[in-house]
Design a protein around this ligand. Structure first.
Ligand code: NAD
Length: 276
């Protein structure tokens, strides 16, 4: 039995408070549920309120409290309001995850201003606003905390997929490392995660059984990723055990690393408008 499996007792976040953006789907939902399984009360925030409400219901089914908040992470005011509401209804945030993300379109020859600004706005500026609002509350609260941002294996790859997506994920990784230095003195850690091929709801190729089987065969651990794989690492980073872990970037990629075979497959998916 592993932490998080049904029936296990693992309450490393008992009565702590977590904020997760993009909590209505995929990795964000898995994070919210996993934090709840660890005993945390969760603010489930998403631009899609209906899905955030669904996630909040799942969180409550595990025992802790939850609120569902509609937020567009591109708006600093909305993100600040999300954290303020969390504090007044659930308590001081202990962990704040900048998870909301979108895939981008376009290469150097054809990217439009609209496509570029959309992906920068959600993936990079949205991550900044989320960690900023979280850090401000944590510093004011004086009890430390945990900032976690979703980067991607795409941060390191010079693939032919989305230019904007890869750029934002590299920037998120660096920004988080920089933030870690700034908040360390307040007992706050900041780390980023680099998932790959974790099945979620966004990319069309993630729905193709045939493609996923092909991809799974090329990945060293011989399966595609699950959102829960990412949540397992986040649960550790959010725990007291990770007190001395900050400024890092952690791959959750089944050993893909620089595997040319897998990169080729994911780049192909990227060309079709998905992301890795
Ligand atoms: N799934 C993977 O393999 C993978 C790999 C690398 C990185 N990631 C990163 O993980 C994070 C989660 O992705 P996912 O795969 O679960 O995707 P997903 O599409 O399933 O979930 C993304 C969520 O973000 C929300 N969102 C989009 N724009 C928003 C905005 N402006 N404000 C608030 N919420 C917004 C969506 O409504 C959705 O619920 C993203 O940052 C993504 O880049 C995922």
């Amino acid at each position: 039995m592993r932490p998080g499996d049904p029936g296990t007792i693992s309450v490393r976040l008992k009565d702590r408070v977590a904020v997760v953006t993009g909590a209505g789907s995929g990795i964000g939902r898995a994070l919210a549920v996993r934090f709840a399984q660890e005993g945390a009360h969760v603010c489930c925030a998403d631009v899609n309120l209906a899905t955030a409400i669904e996630t909040a219901d799942i969180v409550r089914s595990h025992g802790p409290s939850a609120i569902a908040v509609e937020v567009d992470v591109r708006s600093q005011a909305q993100v600040q309001a999300m954290v303020d509401q969390t504090e007044s209804e659930l308590g001081l945030p202990w962990v704040c995850v900048a998870n909301a993300g979108i895939s981008g379109r376009g290469s150097i020859l054809d990217v439009t201003v609209e496509d570029w600004e959309a992906v920068i706005g959600v993936n990079l500026t949205g991550a900044l606003f989320t960690m900023q609002a979280g850090a401000r509350a944590m510093v004011r609260g004086g009890k430390g905390g945990r900032l976690i941002a979703l980067s991607s294996v795409a941060a390191d790859w010079a693939g032919k997929g989305s230019l904007g997506y890869a750029t934002t994920k590299a920037a998120v990784r660096h920004m988080t490392r920089n933030i870690a230095q700034q908040v360390a003195e307040y007992g706050i850690t900041a780390n980023s995660l680099g998932p790959a091929a974790a099945i979620s709801n966004m990319a069309p190729w993630m729905k193709s059984v045939e493609y996923l089987e092909q991809l799974g065969r090329t990945i060293p651990v011989r399966r595609v990723g699950r959102a829960e794989d990412v949540a397992n690492v986040a649960a550790f980073l959010a725990s007291d055990e990770a007190d001395y872990v900050t400024g890092g970037y952690y791959l959750v990629d089944g050993g893909i690393g620089d595997s040319p075979e897998v990169r080729m497959l994911l780049a192909e998916a990227g060309r079709r408008g998905a992301r890795g």
